[in-house]
Design a protein around this ligand. Structure first.
Ligand SMILES: [Zn+2]
Ligand SMILES: [Zn+2]
Length: 484
């Protein structure tokens, strides 16, 4: 006889924060909403007990090596929690993505777009002849090793390699060499090096000389003949040029340190205002120092790739009439129409392959559209997104990974969501459960709460006045006792 599978998580004696020694059963494989006033104890139950205990379960399943690298959760203040699956939380404040993350890479839509460009694209031979998309090209791209992507130009007969999906990746092979795949270049900004020209050098006119280890630079400049006690703006062009661009040179000189010590015949190496930053950038290890250094630069669109992050030759490859960057710059909401148009333009014998790629593409795109992110572009930098946008991209991606048996805990997923997109969010939440997961959502949005299979109401007030389970049941059951 097989043991009966658990159908609910059993929490006994929960006392995290303001929770009043609560006992509660949370159904598994259901969409459960926890409702209540702000500060009633909703998050204490969801994050403080379910997430703490479930994430520990998750960590226990990882190797010891991985465990050491992840900050361990604290044991929750609860007597027991039974039958809790591994839990993952989608937090209110996701970590800020790096410069290299875009909507396309974070959602993985760009990965599929790269495949589409390599398989369905129209490459150009080194002599400038454009090849029409064909099954032959697609098949060449699917080969491995030396043969991968090798084509013969039907016009001039030259053998060449068309770009692979991997080569379209700006975080590896495809990175523009000028900007390293960030789409931006940084330049030292003189207006930041000399932040206030009304100051004298002695009073700190040269901001980069305040970087660690450069406090004696004004003395060296003075030794070299620059007046350091008049406003910087009143210096001669020659003096200013020495400050900004003067040659690196050792000067033998006496000087008084900041702590009052006198150094005789000190061999002082002169670093001009630019070098002071560039040298520091090379030698400083700490993130804080690097951040301070980065403030002396201004950022411009990369002149080589024009912000596309990719090697310019990759932009010759077209799908339909657009290059990969032009597609990445389109609003996500326009991409379905784009792929329909491309599909129609392909030879009949390519349609089966195209269909498979585009189905994958749309599967990836649809949750983003359902969550109201149609106005974003794949090229959009991750670190310019709002918290709500990041959280929804994370949610869409979660759906794509098709995990099952996980307890997802969502803290305020409707934050920043346009009311028109609440239905889309609910659709995504139901999909997560349909994939075999359990879902606990903390939210204030009435439509989201009503869409849940089960509601747990915590209250009655907030803080000390809250922390009790007031009611639990389906929407219809709860309706009788509350104002939903
Ligand atoms: Zn050719
Ligand atoms: Zn570039």
């Amino acid at each position: 006889m097989t043991a009966k599978l658990p159908t609910q998580i059993e929490v006994r004696g929960g006392r995290v924060h303001n929770l009043k020694n609560i006992d509660v059963n949370i159904p598994l494989h259901k969409f459960v909403a926890i409702s209540g006033l702000s500060g009633s104890g909703k998050s204490s139950l969801a994050m403080g007990i379910l997430y703490e205990e479930g994430s520990r379960r998750y960590l226990d399943a990882l190797s010891t090596y991985m465990r050491r690298r992840i900050k361990q959760g604290n044991q929750a203040n609860v007597i027991s929690v039974k039958h809790i699956p591994s839990a993952l939380a989608l937090r209110q404040r996701p970590t800020i993505p790096s410069e290299r993350a875009t909507v396309g890479t974070m959602s993985e839509t760009f990965n599929i777009l790269r495949l589409i460009f390599s398989r369905l694209g129209s490459p150009v031979c080194p002599n400038g002849h454009r090849l029409k998309p064909s099954l032959e090209i697609a098949e060449a791209m699917a080969k491995s090793g030396e043969e991968m992507g090798q084509l013969t130009c039907p016009v001039c007969g030259v053998k060449f390699y068309a770009p692979s999906a991997e080569q379209f990746a700006f975080n590896s092979d495809g990175a523009c060499e000028e900007c390293g795949g960030t789409g931006k270049v940084r330049q030292l900004d003189d207006s930041k090096l000399i932040a206030d020209p009304r100051l004298s050098i002695k009073d700190g006119a040269v901001a980069s000389w305040s970087l660690p280890g450069r406090n004696f630079m004004p003395n060296v400049a003075e030794h070299a003949g620059v007046r350091i006690d008049i406003p910087y703006k009143d210096l001669t062009d020659k003096e200013k040029d020495f400050v900004l661009n003067g040659p690196e040179k050792k000067y033998k000189m006496d000087f008084l340190s900041g702590t009052g010590r006198v150094f005789h015949n000190f061999n002082a190496l002169y670093e001009n205002a630019h070098q002071a930053v560039l040298r520091s950038a090379k030698t400083s290890k700490s993130e804080r120092a690097q951040k301070r250094i980065s403030e002396f630069f201004s950022y411009q669109i990369c002149p080589v790739c024009h912000g596309s992050r990719l090697k310019p030759e990759l932009l010759k490859q077209l799908v339909g009439s657009l290059n990969i960057n032009e597609v990445a710059e389109m609003p996500l909401g326009d991409l379905i129409a784009w792929k329909d148009q491309v599909f129609k333009s392909l030879p009949v014998d390519m349609q089966k392959m195209a269909n498979a790629l585009f189905t994958e593409f749309v599967d990836n795109l649809q949750p983003l559209l359902d969550l109201g992110l149609d106005y974003l572009t794949m090229a959009r930098n991750g670190n310019t997104l709002s918290t709500g946008e990041l959280q929804r991209i994370q949610l869409a991606r979660t759906l794509r990974t098709e995990t099952t048996g996980v307890l997802y805990i969502l803290d305020e997923p409707s934050i920043g969501l346009h009311p028109a997109n609440v239905d889309g969010l609910i659709k995504v939440l139901h999909k997560l459960v349909a994939q075999g997961n359990s879902l606990v959502v903390v939210d204030h949005n009435v439509d989201i709460i009503k869409a849940a299979d089960e509601i747990i109401e915590i209250g009655p007030g907030s803080g000390e006045q809250g922390g009790e389970i007031l009611d639990q049941g389906s929407v219809d059951q709860i309706k009788k006792t509350s104002n939903l």
